[in-house]
Design a protein around this ligand. Structure first.
Ligand SMILES: Cc1cc2nc3c(=O)[nH]c(=O)nc-3n(C[C@H](O)[C@H](O)[C@H](O)COP(=O)(O)OP(=O)(O)OC[C@H]3O[C@@H](n4cnc5c(N)ncnc54)[C@H](O)[C@@H]3O)c2cc1C
Length: 381
């Protein structure tokens, strides 16, 4: 990216992603929302077109694209449907710490095959008693000879029911605090791994969210991701790459909501005028456009810092919090602009409002993003 222009390659990627969202996602979005069926057919096509797992390095057979390209794709796919988009993005979240930390043997075994077929993966950190407070994890991995015995349970894990493997964070030394956490790559078919029922969520209903439980699962020591005691760093570090992408998805949803609002406000009349001519409505739409633009700029800055090897933690949190909060407000305003029709399932904006809420919760709540921004601002004082 030079200045604010996309390069020719980035522009092509944006066009491809947009056409895919329009042609393959929008027509089935309502079906998947209503049935909650996992969108396998869309996933397979996205994989075929190279719109998934785009950050797998070239040496493993991937495209090796950066965070900016990831954000460009994410915005367009989310414009299509964030339920389907989340399944794709969650795969990227599971991959990120593995790409950053895993041995070459693990990368060849688990990551390289994902460039050949649409294998799904899940990032399993949250537990019933540990969401924002990751240090409260209770899952443990005890060393027994050449393997670890994994015990515990995870909750709200995206893709848990469709993934072949999970990135799992557990304590190997509870006395050592966050330095006592280790990451493991765990296969779904291993003895002692149990997958919970599909959760029925407010929005993004085709995204597969489940609990996982591990009882005396034997994890070979070669499946430690990175070094023992570095799990926290890997699990949290992944967000520097993925939060700008999640933020970008929120931008895509907000853009869709604004487009629906503009179209409706240009057709619906009250008191002898189009509602777009009422300043109260026009100002709402002006604010939507302002915040979408600002959110995208934050996304691009956070992604650009990451791609250029600079620390971006604060910007990733700014982008995530601002884009998520804006998307939820914009979706709510779009419902308001549609009036009673906005509240009805026959019209598109009620789904967007339901789908938008989760952006303020997963990958760190909006409160946690503010905590990170404040921590970064006050560090060293
Ligand atoms: C649909 C869905 C998909 C998800 N996918 C995944 C996944 O793939 N992998 C995974 O590991 N997790 C996943 N999560 C879990 C998600 O990341 C957590 O739900 C989230 O981090 C919040 O944790 P919690 O639910 O335990 O809420 P809590 O941490 O209990 O927070 C409750 C409330 O308190 C606020 N709060 C907490 N601590 C503070 C504080 N110190 N200061 C101010 N406010 C605070 C929070 O912002 C929130 O509003 C998913 C969740 C959902 C709902």
């Amino acid at each position: 990216m030079i200045g604010f222009d996309l390069s020719e390659d980035q522009q092509q990627l944006q066009d491809l992603s947009h056409q895919f969202a329009e042609g393959e996602m929008r027509p089935v979005a309502e079906h998947h929302d209503q049935t909650m069926e996992f969108p396998w057919e869309v996933i397979r096509k996205a994989h075929e077109l190279g719109l998934m797992n785009t950050h797998i390095p070239e040496r493993l057979g991937g495209l090796g694209l950066g965070a900016i390209e990831g954000a460009i794709i994410s915005e367009e796919l989310a414009w299509g449907c964030t339920g389907i988009g989340t399944a794709i993005e969650a795969n990227g979240l599971a991959l990120q710490p593995v790409i950053e930390g895993a041995s070459d043997a693990l990368l060849q075994r688990y990551v390289a095959p994902m460039t050949e077929s649409p294998i799904m993966a899940a990032y399993a950190v949250t537990e019933p008693g540990a969401g924002s407070d990751v240090a409260a994890l209770r899952t443990t991995a005890e060393k027994r000879g050449d393997h670890y015995l994994l015990n515990g349970s995870k909750m709200w894990i995206t893709n848990a029911g469709v993934a072949d493997w999970y990135f799992v964070l557990a304590y190997t030394d509870q006395e050592a605090g966050y330095k006592g956490m280790t990451a493991f790559l765990v296969e779904k078919g291993w003895k002692g791994v149990e997958v919970g029922k599909k959760e029925i969520n407010l929005g993004q209903r085709c995204s597969d969210t489940r609990g996982l439980s591990f009882s005396d699962v034997e994890v070979p020591e070669e499946n430690v991701v990175g070094e023992v005691g570095r799990g926290w760093m890997l699990a949290m570090g992944a967000f520097d790459h993925t939060r700008p992408l999640v933020a970008s998805a929120a931008v895509g949803l907000a853009r869709a909501a604004m487009e629906h609002a503009i179209r409706y406000a240009s057709e619906r009349k009250t008191m002898g005028r189009l509602i777009a001519k009422h300043q109260a409505i026009a100002f709402k739409i002006a604010e939507m456009a302002r915040d979408i633009e600002a959110a995208r700029l934050l996304v691009r800055k956070a992604a650009w810092l990451k791609d250029s090897g600079q620390r971006n933690t604060m910007y990733a949190s700014m982008a995530k919090a601002f884009a998520a909060d804006s998307a939820h407000r914009i979706a709510s305003d779009a419902v308001q602009i549609f009036g009673g029709y906005g509240y009805n399932t026959e019209y598109p904006v009620e789904k967007l409002l339901r789908d938008s809420k989760i952006f303020q919760i997963y990958e760190g709540t909006s409160q946690i993003q503010r905590m990170i921004i404040a921590r970064e601002l006050f560090s060293g004082r």
